[in-house]
Design a protein around this ligand. Sequence first.
Ligand code: F6P
Length: 520
Amino acid sequence: MRDVEMRQLFDEDPNRFKKFSIQSNPVLVDFSKNRVIEQTLSLLFNLAKAAEVEKWRDKMFAGEIVNSTEQRSALHTALRSPVHTHVSKEIDTELASMERLCNKLHHGKWLSYKDTPIKDIVVIGIGGSYLGPKLASEALTHFTQKGIKIHFVANVDAHLLDEVLKDIAPEDTLFVVVSKSFSTQETTANAETAAAWLREKSGIRRSVHKQFVAITSNAEAAKSFGIDSDHILNMWDWVGGRYSLWSTVGFPLALQIGMQNFRSLLTGAYTMDKHFQTAPLDKNLPVIMGLLGVWYINFLGMPHHAVLPYDHRLRSLPSYLQQLDMESNGKGVTRDGKRANYNTGPIIFGDAGTNGQHSFHQLLHQGALTVPCDFIGFSKAEHDHKNHHEILLSNMLAQSQAMMMGRSRKETIELLASYNITGKMVKDLSLHMTFPGNRPSNTIMCESLTPATLGALLALYEHKVFVQGIIWNINSFDQMGVELGKTLTSKILPAMQSDKELSSADCSTQALLDYIRKNS
Ligand code: F6P
C-alpha cells in the first residue's frame, strides 16, 4: 500500500465514498480518503480480533478492572447510561445534587455575601478537571442560560487569575474548584489566592463557605479549605480525569447550559457507546478510526495526527484530545510489564480551520512528513451569515481534497504554461509548486453542534483511544508519566523560595535557578 495512490483508487471506484463511510447518528465519518482498500481493512479487523478488542470493550463496560496498575475500573460510560449498573445509585445522587444547585443558581436564589444573585462562575481546575468543561463550554455557547458568564482558570501562572479577577465582582461570583485529588499544586494555589481575594474584598471570612463549590473525591480536604459540605460534589476513583466531563466535573457546564442540556450531552455520548458496543467491527466507527491510526503509526510510519475542527466553537478540541489521547496512550510499557518494541500513541496537534491553513497546513501539504488528519464540520451554523459558513465548509472540503489529490509535476507545468510562464522559470518553480498528495484524512460531519452531537463526538474519540490502547497492549487509564516532574518541582520550589543550593542538581538546572534568583 506504500505506493498506492488514493487518487487512483478514487478514479477506479466511483463507489469509494459509499464503501468507506459510515453514518451512525448523529455522526457521519467519511474515511474514504485513507490509504486503504477493502483487504487492508479486513486485515486490520483481524488484528482487532487477535487483540481481543471486543472482549476488552465488554470488560470496560462491565466495570471490570481495566486499569491494571491502579487496580481500578474505568466506568465513564456508566455516567451516561440509562441502563442500571452497580454505580447507578451513586451517580443519580450526584446528578440530583447538581440539579438542586443548578436550580438554586438559575432561579436567582444562590446569593452572595451581599445577598445579590450569582452571575459569574469561575472554574478552577487543570488537566481533565478543566479541558473537558472548557471545550464543552465554548462548544455550547449557544445554549448558555441568560445572565451567566463563565471563566476558566487552569494555569498556575497568575497572569491568568489576575485577568479573571479584574473582570468580575466579588458579590457576583461563584468559584467552582474542580480537583479529583484536591491536592493538585496549580489548582490549590489558584483556589487559595481566589479565596483570599474573596475574603479580602468581602471583609467576611466565611464568604468562601457561601461562594465556593468543590468537585472532588477528597471531601475532607475541601472541607478543611472552608467549603460548605452542601457545596461538595463527589467524584469517584472509577472515573479518570480525562474521561470525567460526564461526571460532576461537568457541573460548571450544567450551570452554564442548564441541566436538561447537560443530560442531552450524556444521551449523545450514550448513543455512541451503544454503537461501539453493538456494531460489528467492520461497521464500528471507533474501531475503524482506531485501526486507521494504528495502520499509519505502526505500518506506514506516520506518528502524528492533526485534529482540524472547522468550527470556531471547537477551537479547544485539539487541546482536549491531546490530553485524552497522549495521556492515555503515551506509554512505552505493555500491560504485562514489558517494554513495547513498537510505536504507541501519536503526537496530536491542530487548530480550528481555517486558521491553521494560514500556518501549519503548509507542512501538511508539502512537508517531508505525512500527517493523517481529522476534519470536523457541521452542515448548519448557529449564525445568520450564510456566506461565512459556505466559505468555511468549502475550505474544509478543499483542504481534504488537496491533501488526497495533490497536484502532479505535469499538472503544475501545465498550470504554469497557462500563466505564460515558460523556460527556466518552469524548471525552477514547478517542483516547488508540486503537491505530492496521497495524504490521508477522515472527515467527520454532523448536522449541527448540539449537546447531543458533542457528546457523541467526544465518546467516539474516547473509544478510538481505547481501541488503540488495547491493540498496543497498554493501560490507557493511568498517567504515571506526570509524576516525576511533580516530584522534582517539590524539590526545586523550596530552593527557589530560599537561598539554598539545590541538592543533587545538574549544572544546567542549578545555573537556570541562579539566573532566575539573580534577575527576579
Ligand atoms: O497531572 C495529571 C493529572 O493527574 C490529570 O490526569 C488530571 O486530569 C489532572 O492532573 C488534574 O488532577 P486533579 O483533578 O486531581 O486536580
